[in-house]
Ligand binder design. Structure first.
Ligand code: ACO
Length: 454
């Protein structure tokens, strides 16, 4: 019997920490003499979490955390599923040799439409235990456990782009990193503050935190690719982590003429001692709910006194900012994969998003892990709602058929890449006419974006 799917309204009561460990992975690890355990961050004394966090630090090449940092991390981890792999024969039998952490939250899949997603993070395997299939067991375990718990999709952000395709993840939302020669750029965009449509004010970090929480809550549900952040996101982005206070973080708020907060920018400055006019502003986050807020906050950054260079990351692949400067060559923009998704349930995932045109497709989906593959008919009505039904592969006509891997379908899901591009790259099989129809239907309202790492 298949598990009923989790809906976004179930998320408030969904207990991520209670999702059971996958028995297939437990058996695979046991064959290698390894244990597969969950760690309870709320446990008295927090010692097992401290050992787990040290394994994560080591895996990510970091230094040891202070007791205060571990405590702050532990508090933030409560509610998520914290997993370790132990080696009873090792010198530190209680300290994990591999780690992973996961939790369910909302992923935006179209303007105003969200879906529960299984966020996966802190994937590490100790270098002493590498390349023995431990990560494969962990990832397979996460995906099967999430599917069995009724999650239709999983997501992650990655340290290396070569690790996760084999598990059926595909890059679904790209990101850009900008290095701007501020004096050369030349602002030609709107100036809402000069024109009396709003104002800018410096704000303290506590106000930044509440602004971010409110603004991001409203903005994220309109942007495909955004993943509902944990509270730690707002604490970290406002520089208020008590174990690691960020004294450099500055915040500026944009308020519209009606007095409503519509945007906020957070940044850090680095002085240039040889030339004070050439200091650097590193933008941490710029959230704007209106085009005026967007223009006002970027104008603020690019025309700031004493700033020669503005750096910013996790921006969209199609930022209006490019068109707000006179000299586009003042912008050094690098693009990379950012948000990776992995569909776990094709019918529910495809029915969750909206489509731009009506029509019908047959999707013949191959899943190397045997989780979500099959042949499906996607029928889109005139209102852009899709209904997906499994069909018999042998009964499907050649016309309108798209043959693809689950990784490619996951990349196409938010409209971040076109099927014509994947067809030309030899990554999917279909005919040109079907690909053109598919792209018209799957087009994104705006390029998918995830504005942070998780
Ligand atoms: C969501 C996140 O947390 S992203 C962070 C990922 N973690 C890191 O970057 C920390 C440093 N790296 C590590 O901890 C480990 O090297 C890991 C987790 C990347 C891999 O762990 P391992 O246990 O060595 O991987 P495992 O032995 O299970 O290998 C599984 C497959 O992945 C491949 N693989 C493993 N590591 C890598 C890599 N870094 N790049 C490309 N392929 C890799 C293996 O060759 C193997 O391929 P195959 O089964 O298709 O033949």
């Amino acid at each position: 019997m298949s598990t009923p799917i989790v809906s976004t309204s179930d998320l408030a009561t969904f207990d991520s920490a209670a999702v059971p460990l996958d028995e297939t992975s437990r058996a695979a690890l046991a064959e290698r003499g390894l244990g597969y355990v969950t760690v309870d961050p709320s446990e008295e004394g927090g010692e097992s979490f401290a050992r787990w966090s040290e394994a994560v630090n080591r895996g990510f090449l970091g230094e040891r955390s202070t007791p205060e940092q571990i405590e702050s991390w532990r508090t933030r981890a409560v509610g998520s599923r914290v997993v370790g792999v132990t080696d009873p024969a090792g010198a530190l039998p209680e300290q994990p040799v591999a780690t992973v952490q996961s939790w369910a939250a909302e992923l935006t899949v179209d303007d105003g439409r969200t879906i529960p997603s299984w966020g996966i993070s802190a994937v590490t395997v100790s270098s002493t235990h590498r390349r023995r299939g431990i990560a494969r067991a962990l990832l397979g375990g996460e995906l099967r456990a999430a599917r069995d718990a009724g999650l239709p999709i999983a997501g992650l952000t990655v340290s290396e782009a070569t690790i996760y395709g084999r598990y059926g993840f595909g890059p679904a939302a790209g990101a850009t990193r900008w290095r701007i020669d501020a004096r050369r750029a030349g602002w030609v965009g709107p100036q809402p503050v000069r024109d009396g449509r709003g104002r800018l004010d410096p704000v303290e970090r506590e106000a930044v935190q509440s602004d971010l929480r409110e603004l991001f809550g409203r903005i994220r549900v309109t942007r495909p690719g955004e993943f509902e952040p944990e509270e730690a996101f707002f604490v970290g982005f406002s520089g208020l982590n008590p174990a690691k206070p960020d004294l450099k973080l500055r915040g500026v708020r944009y308020t519209d003429a009606a007095g409503v907060t519509r945007g906020v920018i957070t940044y850090r400055m680095s002085e240039n001692m040889e030339d004070y006019r050439s200091s650097t502003m590193d933008v941490d986050l710029l959230l704007a709910e209106t085009t005026d807020a967007y223009a006002a906050l970027w104008h603020y950054a690019l025309t700031h006194d004493l700033v020669g260079t503005v750096n910013a990351g996790e921006l969209s692949t199609d930022e209006p900012l490019r068109w707000m400067v006179e000299d586009q060559r003042a912008l050094r923009v690098t693009e990379s994969d950012h948000h990776w998704l992995r569909i776990l349930d094709v019918p529910h995932a495809l029915a969750a998003r909206g489509y731009r045109t009506s029509g019908a497709f047959v999707l013949d989906v191959v899943d190397p892990l045997g989780i979500a593959g099959g042949t499906f008919r996607l029928e889109i009505d005139d209102d852009g709602n899709g209904v997906v039904t499994p069909v018999d592969a042998t009964a499907t006509p050649g016309e309108g058929v798209v043959r693809l891997g689950i990784s490619e379908l996951s990349s196409l899901y938010l409209g971040g890449v076109s099927s014509r591009t994947l067809l030309a790259a030899g990554r999917i099989e279909t005919d040109d006419a079907t690909a053109a129809r598919f792209d018209a239907a799957f087009a994104a309202v705006r390029p998918p974006l995830l504005s942070y790492w998780y």
